[in-house]
Design a protein around this ligand. Structure first.
Ligand SMILES: NC(=O)c1ccc[n+]([C@@H]2O[C@H](COP(=O)([O-])OP(=O)(O)OC[C@H]3O[C@@H](n4cnc5c(N)ncnc54)[C@H](O)[C@@H]3O)[C@@H](O)[C@H]2O)c1
Length: 337
């Protein structure tokens, strides 16, 4: 049975990915610190669900606790590592930048050290669409230059990409970096728009709509996203013999078994259409509090997901209305409202 170490297994995406891997017969070793960035009970409930499967086990620990992480790796010897644990969130990185350096830079380095010492078949790690920063050329392609990050969150993720490339090159460590685009769905994060909007509408409190609603996002349904991750597990990059061997449109490095892959819906949705989808689902209008653009935020994101499709044959497709409906049903059930 193949073993996968999933860091951030109690997190939103880590939970959904672990569930999918378990359903496919993988053994999943979870690692998560249950940080209090948002409601820890939600994380505990996710882990409790996973623990119902005997092929799931978990260790509570910080990425920064290298000895703990290393002992777990030495004991379990996973074949694959999917590294999702991080200090997430664009906005919070203006308030507490240090948390990002510690979790995302030091923490990710520790994961890379474990992967190198184990010689895993494939290391896959989460980056973000935020690394495209101020780029205006859309849809965002993995082949675009990304040098204009706008927040320390994005900067730490860009740093992770550079760190991972160097390890892939030096140690022949097959590495895939994902750039995720606004992931949403059941068990979602309380700091993200869908959760806040749903809560606000239900509780009759105003919802903050930034840039007066003139925003676009490529919303990616979480089950589509984890399916993409799952398929990429089997698509480990191979170092090309020469740069001429790299297929057109592939972000494969000329000097390392390393590539970056966007996982997005390839659909640019207006923020106000998203709000209306939630209002329709709840049968109630929002109290809208129009605001200016937030520092560090970008007006639009839009993924070119051709490479994902070329590598896996898969294209995320869930329509935002369908995804919102599933989230609202989960929210009402979970909070009993
Ligand atoms: N959700 C999105 O829209 C989105 C978009 C782009 C990128 N990402 C990236 O995807 C990954 C997963 O995001 P998510 O939405 O599931 O976030 P999440 O916050 O729900 O999950 C992250 C998990 O990591 C854990 N964690 C945080 N810091 C840690 C540390 N130092 N040591 C150990 N555990 C730690 C947290 O307890 C949490 O359970 C992150 O790397 C995030 O940056 C997410």
């Amino acid at each position: 049975m193949r073993k996968v170490l999933v860091t951030g297994s109690a997190g939103f995406i880590g939970f959904h990915l672990s569930k999918l891997l378990l359903a496919e017969g993988f053994q999943v070793i979870g690692y998560d610190a249950m940080t209090d960035y948002y409601d820890v009970r939600l994380k505990e409930r996710r882990h409790q669900q996973l623990l119902q499967n005997q092929n799931f086990s978990c260790t509570i620990g910080m990425l920064e606790e290298f000895d703990k992480l290393k002992s777990l790796c030495d004991a379990e010897k996973p074949d694959v590592i999917v590294h999702l644990a991080a200090q997430a969130g664009v906005r919070y990185s203006l308030e507490n930048p240090r948390a990002y350096i510690e979790s995302n830079v030091v923490g990710t380095f520790n994961v890379m050290e474990c992967a190198r010492e184990l010689g895993v078949d494939h290391l896959l790690m989460a980056s973000t669409s935020s690394v495209y920063g101020a780029n205006e050329d859309m849809p965002y392609s993995e082949l675009h230059k990304v040098d204009a990050q706008m927040t320390i969150y994005a900067a730490t993720k860009k740093a992770n990409e550079a760190m991972a490339h160097s390890y892939a090159h030096l140690w022949d460590l097959p590495t895939t970096m994902f750039r995720f685009f606004t992931v949403y769905g059941p068990w979602g994060r309380p700091d993200m728009a869908l959760f806040k909007f749903t809560k606000g509408i239900i509780e009759d409190t105003p919802i903050d709509i930034y840039n007066n609603g003139d925003m676009f996002r490529d919303f990616t349904y979480v089950e589509d996203l984890v399916k993409g991750i799952r398929l990429l597990v089997d698509a480990a990059p191979v170092r090309p013999e020469t740069a001429a061997d790299i297929p057109e449109g592939d972000s494969l490095s000329p000097v390392a078994p390393y590539r970056v892959v966007n996982i997005g819906n390839s659909d640019k949705v207006r923020l106000m259409d998203f709000v209306e989808a939630i209002e329709t689902e709840l049968g109630k209008p929002a109290i809208r509090n129009y605001m200016e653009m937030q520092a560090g935020d970008v007006p639009a994101t839009w993924a070119d997901a051709t490479l994902l499709q070329t590598l896996t044959g898969y294209k995320p497709q869930t329509d935002v209305r369908e995804g919102v409906k599933k989230f609202v049903a989960w929210y009402k059930d979970y909070y009993n409202v």
